[in-house]
Design a protein around this ligand. Structure first.
Ligand code: ZN
Length: 59
């Protein structure tokens, strides 16, 4: 499977980083921010609509 990197931004602390989709949980599952330890569905961390689309397609 091709590796896809997407832009993430935390809805709590607004930290931004890139992650490989294969290392992320599915879009509706809880994901924890490394910076503030806040939890939100992975879909809420995606920065752009395109990033969300890639996450939903590949996870
Ligand atoms: Zn955060």
């Amino acid at each position: 499977m091709q590796e896809a990197w997407i832009q993430l931004v935390c809805p709590e602390c607004t930290a931004e980083w890139e992650a490989s989709v294969k290392d992320l949980p599915a879009s509706g599952e809880q994901f924890q921010c490394d910076q503030c330890s806040g939890y939100a569905p992975t879909a809420e961390f995606t920065k752009t609509a395109r990033d969300l689309e890639v996450l939903r397609d590949l996870s």
